[in-house]
Design a protein around this ligand. Sequence first.
Ligand code: CP
Length: 526
Amino acid sequence: MKSATAKFKSRTIAVVRDLSIDEQVYLYNKTRELKEAINGKKSLQPFMIDDPQVGVYLAFLEDSTRTRESFKNAAHFHKTRMNILDVDHSSFKKKESYSDTFKMLCGYNEYSVFIVRTKLEGVCRWLESSLTEYANRNGFSPPAFINAGDGKHEHPTQEFLDEYTFFEHKKWDRNEIHIALIGDLFHGRTVHSKADGLKIFKNVTCDLIAPEELAMPENYIAKMKDNGFEIRIFESIKEYLANKKIAPIWYFTRLQLERMGEDIREKGDRLRRMVTFKRSYLDNLPEGVRFYHPLPRNKLDPVIPTFLDSTPLNGWELQALNGYFTRIIEIGMVGGKIGYDFEGSPPDIPEFIDDFIEEVPPVTREKEDYKIGIKPITKGVVIDHIGKGDEIETIWDHILKIRKTLSLNLLSSHGVFNSHKTNQHKGIISIPDITEFDQKNLKKLAAIAPECTLNFIKDQEVIRKFRLHMPPRVYNFDELGCRNPDCISHPDNAEDAQTEFYRSHANKFICKYCERPHTFKEIWKQ
Ligand code: CP
């Protein structure tokens, strides 16, 4: 039975999606069982790790009350060893990297579960790969990482406690949910996590209530729509209350002043008024509405004023307490204690099929007669259609990037021309004497100049022809860089996290760490 209990051991929860829907539902059912066991004064042993060789390490590089204290108490519940990294007196102050710091810390326990909160985004995803490699190299179990909030990216364990609370609210009915998200939807990571977390409900209507300056980022709205949610958008609570279909669940977030630029901070009072609940609104609320909030509330300007604390609208107090119970189960799962009876599906692992290199039959046509430039070659390779349709300047940039990245600094010629067929601009590089490209260089070329063609020439005839398409994943080039300054992989953060982008079906390139979408052009360093 021992190995069967370890289904979640060494798993990282960096984003909500790191647990499949089945696994999330399992977490909620276990939390329910735990609460029933506590209320019924039953044995709690089945939920407890009870092993001092397991260490729970809290590393909070950003302030917290609820998340840190609930995880700390959850670790005590489990009777594991519990440590708190003294961040303010650690070697982070001497510019030690995250990777080196956590390598050190995981040597202190037979098996470690790290709970990590940071201003930087994507830290747990990076530590997962860096520390797994380190653990394998040194022959011990890779540690588990739990993201306790990373910048304005995600807060998966808050999401799990929120969804658990909505589940209780809905008396365990997963058929549908109608929810209003209110406040700072731009900076609030807890509302960003909802784009995936709400998927446990089969039908989702999500009303987004925020002034334009604090609106939900487009990429999260797109994700919600992709997930089948019905989305409605309102600028203020006043406007929302004028509509007929009011959600029974209201989820408020505070204005995250600490993450805002000066320009938005100056407008703070006006923006806050638009998402603060007023006494005069009470008459417009339908029966049965409940308010939730991840907390903390800003005591000077709370979006849920304190006069509401003693009304039936108050759902946020019990919501916050649920964090203790869900986090006991989360530590139990990745700590290797809970999971023996899980029978659902694991998360989907994205597959990257290398079908972007297409060999096509060579066709020898009459040579194009360019007014300028390139002489036909008898033997070698011609890279054609580079950046077809782009601005001339962009095509030159592609040509130079290809030469630099593929080290094509040989006797050869290149230029920007008009395509005879389409009358669009395109780039051509013509290199004598090169008779093949290895797979790695073909992949590189596809990443830099998707939709280009390669013609290998012998005796003035095209003997092989390849058409290169946009690859599903771009990685392993020094020239790549995430544009988000708060991303762990941003070059300024000097963490050495290998940059990697996945192509979304909307042809955006998503950073593996912070999940910020980029256009193809943006993924290349300037
Ligand atoms: N909800 C939440 O993350 O609260 P803390 O910042 O107090 O942990």
